[in-house]
Design a protein around this ligand. Structure first.
Ligand SMILES: C[S@@+](CC[C@H](N)C(=O)[O-])C[C@H]1O[C@@H](n2cnc3c(N)ncnc32)[C@H](O)[C@@H]1O
Length: 269
């Protein structure tokens, strides 16, 4: 009976990812009183082991995802916009590690943005504001680089978002897109990006790196979930959202029904 109930919970969560997503991310802000959850992606484990402060060590795999993405193009002295920045850990890491000119993180979770504005207020080249992915802020001359990590897959109009990114980037600017996807939807996604006008510079399959991170980091996440989830429903939901080993997304990565891709896209000059 119990496992049947848990199965129903999983079905509900997977049927309404968009609606439950924002509720889930607001809940994290509510429960995370010690500010421990500052990255929300599945993580990246590879050969490179980045150097982190003691305070950032628990974010290692989430930050390694950002490091991997950021190391693909030069960010030196660039104006960067991140859409779906969540709790800002990746934004903060990139802004201080890669000598960017300015970094603006936006998200449609107002509680996440409030958290970021307070927590990172001393980083001078880093700002956060509320924005929805289909109506992004503009800067004079356009942004040099747009970063989107594990976010666009739940947008109600992903192509509309790609069009918006194309508008706000300067000519020659880069769009670094990291997203999980059902394997059969990879080609349509790449075609959508080309139709919008982007040049596809590289597509990297980082599924093995993500699985490795999910494996290594699962104990730490399980203990956080135990700490934060007062009910069985919430515990199960958090396990599914975090792709804990044995849950839907993790199993699909293993079977390669889902893949996790990093795409480097450029607006033509
Ligand atoms: C899985 S989290 C990843 C957060 C962050 N990129 C990271 O890796 O830590 C996805 C984020 O996308 C945001 N998001 C989802 N839909 C959005 C939308 N339509 N506009 C802006 N942000 C959105 C969520 O609020 C959430 O913070």
């Amino acid at each position: 009976m119990e496992s049947y109930l848990l199965l129903i919970i999983e079905k509900i969560i997977l049927t309404f990812p968009r609606q439950l997503n924002s509720t889930f991310f607001n809940l994290i802000s509510f429960f995370d009183k010690d500010n421990q959850v500052r990255t929300l992606n599945y993580g990246f484990a590879g050969k490179l082991k980045i150097t982190l402060s003691k305070d950032e060590e628990s974010l290692r795999f989430g930050l390694q995802m950002y490091h991997h993405v950021a190391s693909k193009v030069s960010l030196n002295n660039k104006k960067i916009l991140e859409v779906g920045c969540g709790r800002g850990g990746g934004a903060s890491y990139i802004a201080k590690t890669f000598k960017v000119k300015s970094y603006l993180g936006v998200d449609f979770s107002s509680s996440a943005i409030k958290f970021c504005q307070k927590y990172y207020k001393n980083q001078k080249n880093l700002k956060f504001s509320f924005a929805e992915a289909h109506n992004l802020p503009r800067v004079r001359g356009g942004f040099d680089i747009l970063i989107n990590v594990e976010s666009s897959q739940t947008y109600h109009d992903e192509v509309g978002f790609f069009k918006e990114v194309f508008k706000i980037l300067k000519k020659g600017g880069y769009f670094l897109l990291v997203t999980p996807r059902a394997s059969e939807k990879v080609d349509p996604l790449i075609n959508d990006l080309k139709d919008v006008g982007f040049q596809v510079k590289n597509v990297e399959d980082i599924t093995p790196n993500v699985i490795k991170a999910l494996d290594i980091d699962s104990k730490r996440k399980a203990s956080l979930i135990r700490q934060y989830a007062p009910s069985r429903f919430l515990k199960k939901s958090m396990e599914i959202f975090s792709a804990m080993p044995g849950t839907y997304h993790y199993n699909n990565f293993k079977k390669r029904d889902f893949v996790y891709l990093l795409k480097i896209l450029q607006k033509p000059t």
